[in-house]
Design a protein around this ligand. Structure first.
Ligand SMILES: *Cc1c(COP(=O)(O)O)cnc(C)c1O
Length: 365
């Protein structure tokens, strides 16, 4: 019996990619902000409708660099309903996460942010989840009122638009992951976007050991550079990304058709003014005849791999034992316990979507 994984990477044609990288055997310029790297930065900033975009070796290190750009340490208000990366990056850069609860759209509950602000608060780090966006208008308002920076984890919202604006134009800095499992990728890779040009010097040089030029090392940087092979993957994939997202949309809509009438489950909310990228298909098994774990197992014995994503909450990680109380974010806790992401990728067959849904409906194949 064939196996259906929760995700499967999009790829350009082998011919297109190999033709692209063939040039590298001539130039022998393999990394260090090369030609493809610069071309991808330019093309992505256009595609994402942002002022400034810088590439990095992965989303996580980009996020750490973004937190370093705050230039001070303190408390950062964020959510525990996210991938380990968000919370790890806050702590690894010497800051303290302060967890805010989420809403039923899985993003930060903006009405609960203000009560968490203290003298030590330096920033808000909300996460756009599953392609859903945070309440960016309200968050900007709060940040302005308390003079806080806003750094978005935008790993899930590549290409998403809000009121026809690129989602990376909101807040001070946004991090996009270009990891192979994301909607768009460069195998491994990440990007930061920002409006304010004053971040440019630091965020550009910090990925290259803090070097402004070989004789002026102005920042205590690291190595966060994207190489030419990955940039070439990004460039060739960018040519087909709209059709890949279009195919995801068909899968997404097929799931909705199949599942919308079921009692006791919640499908993802449709947000107004948002152009989605159909990144994930989360289902909340709240009062369904089978609970989340039962559905996960039912699918698994049929060779279908779904994902308990996000579970556990980052605040529950054994790495942070004793540091946080998960009861402080009751809805996040509830969602983590009942959420399941079903397989979703551009090449997923619609008949397979029907089969997955039939297992969910009947408990058998
Ligand atoms: C994937 C992901 C990251 C990390 O990105 P990488 O490119 O894998 O380092 C961070 N946050 C969220 C929410 C993610 O899904």
């Amino acid at each position: 019996m064939k196996m259906i994984n929760v995700t499967k990477s999009s790829l350009p044609s082998y011919k297109k990619y190999s033709r692209k990288i063939k040039k590298l055997w001539k130039t022998k310029h393999l990394t260090n902000l090369g030609f493809y790297h610069n071309e991808l930065e330019m093309k992505l900033s256009k595609y994402l409708l942002v002022e400034n975009l810088l590439l990095y070796n992965n989303g996580h290190s980009a996020l750490e660099f973004a937190f370093e750009a705050i230039m001070k340490k303190g408390e950062i208000i964020t959510t525990p309903f996210t991938f380990s990366s968000t919370t790890h990056a806050i702590i690894r850069t010497g800051n303290t996460p302060v967890f805010c609860d989420v809403k039923y759209d899985y993003t930060i509950d903006e009405s609960k942010i203000e009560e968490l602000i203290t003298e030590k608060t330096i920033a808000i780090a909300p996460v756009h989840v599953y392609g859903n966006i945070c309440n960016v208008d309200k968050i900007s308002e709060i940040a302005k009122k308390y003079n806080l920076m806003v750094i978005y984890d935008s790993a899930h919202v590549f290409g998403t638009k809000y009121k026809d604006k690129g989602i990376g134009t909101f807040g001070d800095i946004s991090m996009f992951s270009l990891h192979a499992t994301k909607v768009f990728h460069s195998i491994e890779g990440g990007a930061l976007t920002f409006n304010d040009n004053s971040y440019k010097e630091m965020l550009t040089s910090i990925r290259n050991f803090g070097q402004i030029n070989p004789e002026n090392i102005k920042y205590i940087g690291g190595n966060g550079k994207m190489d030419e092979f990955r940039a070439a993957m990004g460039l060739t994939l960018l040519e087909i990304i709209d059709s890949e997202i279009g195919k995801r949309k068909l899968v997404y809509e097929r799931y909705i058709q199949n599942l919308k009438h079921l009692d006791g489950i919640k499908l993802n909310y449709v947000q107004s003014d948002v152009t989605s990228n159909y990144a994930y298909f989360p289902v909340l098994f709240e009062n369904y005849k089978y609970n989340r774990n039962e559905i996960y197992e039912l699918l698994k014995i049929n060779n279908i791999i779904s994902r308990k994503y996000f579970y556990p909450l980052t605040s529950e990680f054994s790495a942070y034992k004793g540091l946080f109380h998960i009861n402080e974010t009751p809805l996040a806790k509830h969602l983590a316990k009942n959420i399941l992401c079903l397989p979703l990728y551009a090449d997923l067959n619609l008949k397979d979507v029907d089969m997955i849904c039939n297992i969910i409906k009947k408990g058998v194949l």
